[in-house]
Design a protein around this ligand. Structure first.
Ligand SMILES: [Cu+2]
Length: 152
């Protein structure tokens, strides 16, 4: 009886030891793959963060003296809607951008017409943008009021 118990104990110990060795063996590559997947996920999250800073959509709100966002990713063929947000004042939109406090008008090719378009109390549509590319829209009366439109 006692010998049997000892045998059972030995078998249990052997299984336990084998089990823990297997566990360690499994944990090591697991930890490695976890850290490598962390690396790859952080690498793939960078472009995600990039697109996060330039959100997709077709509507941009204006504030008192700026756009509510500095960038928008528009689907090719889409029309951009500029909507006066709460407290928004008069804005006059053109192609170009503010650089270091000075306005630099620049009319891009392949872009829908936009010249002295006033945003007051109602929304304004610009488009359709049929050519993929990056377009810069600015407000001629508010220094620093830039909007980048990425069409893809
Ligand atoms: Cu403005």
């Amino acid at each position: 009886m006692d010998q049997k118990t000892v045998r059972v104990l030995v078998v249990f110990l052997a299984i336990f030891t084998l089990g823990s060795v297997l566990l360690v063996a499994c944990t090591r590559p697991g930890a490695t793959s976890a850290s490598s997947s962390n690396t790859s996920s952080s690498a793939s999250s960078s472009p995600t963060a990039g697109s996060g800073s330039c959100p997709g959509g077709d509507t941009v709100q204006t504030t008192v003296d700026n756009f509510a966002q500095s960038c928008i990713t528009l689907s090719k063929g889409g029309t951009l809607k500029v909507v006066p947000g709460p407290g928004s004042t008069l804005h006059i939109l053109d192609y170009g951008q503010w650089k270091n406090g000075s306005a630099e008008p620049a009319t891009p090719s392949g872009a829908p017409p936009l010249k002295d378009v006033q945003v007051t109390s109602s929304s304004v549509s610009i488009g359709p943008f049929t050519t993929a590319g990056t377009y810069h829209i600015y407000c001629t009366i508010h220094p620093g009021m830039n909007l980048t439109v990425i069409v893809k």
